[in-house]
Design a binder for this molecule. Structure first.
Ligand SMILES: [Zn+2]
Length: 318
């Protein structure tokens, strides 16, 4: 059964909004766009693997986790994890199209596109081996010597796996289930109760990746990030507050709550806290009372009082 269901990376949306707020000529823009596409592709791969595992049936209890971040010896980030009474398995999901070759010396993932273009990526193998190693050592300390496996999964048929010399298990999506059914189940390491204990343990130990504010995470100077409210109709920045709504000078579109998205973006991208003066600058308002009313109207947590008041997102709202 699914212990931790698929969820989309919460920072993907914020990353997209950060890119929108950089000028087209910003030197970091291309890197961030690549990062965005990489995360999005990886996420789609993980989603289809989770979808196919949802219907998994095995003749014993098991738990499946999507995106498990654990601090063991170091921080490890597992795409998909399977916990059973007989073994555990870490799936590293790779959504990379083209002809793929895992090279050993040096360890690289090399892909060739149909037009002959060649790209080299970090090989997923050393990382996967490290994750498996850390988990084995962790359970060793409890005197539990359950087998822990790792497998690299290519979920889409747009990945063509060339002959490789690797020792790692490489699976296409439709090979996952037959592979699992072949894993030996001679020794039962966990009773049903113990299995549930470790399931809860992993859920408890999971710590959500926190890259906020993104400006610091990606090392982008504040001056590079444009202020203003985006127009949902034409996508341009610079809506103006008129009476109780926002007006777009480019397309004449209107919005009643454009400020909410903008403040959410500020708190994710620039700083976890916003003051009244910062809000006025960011929304390009002339009147400080307007920004005060806007901040008050949103469901934000207020810290400090009077002149020192600042606002932040209520806890656990990603
Ligand atoms: Zn517009």
């Amino acid at each position: 059964m699914i212990a931790k269901p698929y969820s989309t990376p919460h920072y993907l949306d914020a990353l997209f909004r950060l890119i929108q707020r950089l000028s087209l000529t910003n030197s970091k823009r291309q890197d961030l766009e690549n990062e965005y596409m990489r995360i999005k592709a990886g996420d789609l791969g993980e989603k289809v693997v989770m979808d196919s595992l949802e219907q998994l049936q095995l003749p014993y209890n098991f738990y499946i986790f999507h995106n498990l971040n654990l601090l063991i010896e170091s921080r490890i980030q597992i795409d998909v994890f399977l916990l059973t009474p007989y073994y555990m398995i870490i799936f590293e999901v790779k959504n990379i199209k083209g002809a793929i070759e895992l090279r050993q010396n040096p360890r690289q993932l090399v892909r060739t596109l149909q037009d002959g273009e060649v790209h080299a990526f970090n090989s997923p193998e050393p990382q996967l081996q490290e994750y498996v190693h850390q988990l084995i050592r962790f359970f060793d300390e409890y005197g539990i010597h359950i087998p822990i496996y790792g497998a690299i999964v290519f979920p889409f048929s747009s990945s063509f796996i060339k002959q490789t010399s690797t020792n790692s298990t490489i699976l296409l999506r439709n090979e996952i289930k037959p592979f699992l059914r072949k894993i030996p189940t001679n020794i039962e390491y966990f009773t049903t109760k113990e299995l549930a204990y470790w399931k809860n343990f992993f859920i408890r130990k999971h710590k959500e990746f926190d890259p906020y504010p993104l400006m610091k995470h990606y090392n982008i100077p504040r001056v590079n990030i444009m202020n203003g409210v985006f127009c949902r109709d034409c996508g341009k920045i610079g809506m103006q507050r008129i009476a109780y709504y926002w007006f777009c000078p480019h397309c004449h579109g209107k919005s009643s709550n454009g400020h909410e998205t903008a403040i959410y973006e500020y708190l994710k991208i620039i700083n976890s806290y916003i003051t009244n003066a910062e809000c006025r600058d960011f929304l390009r308002l002339k009147d400080i009372n307007k920004s005060y009313r806007i901040l008050k109207s949103m469901n934000l947590k207020k810290v400090g009082s009077y002149k020192n008041a600042k606002y932040t997102l209520p806890e656990n709202r990603h």
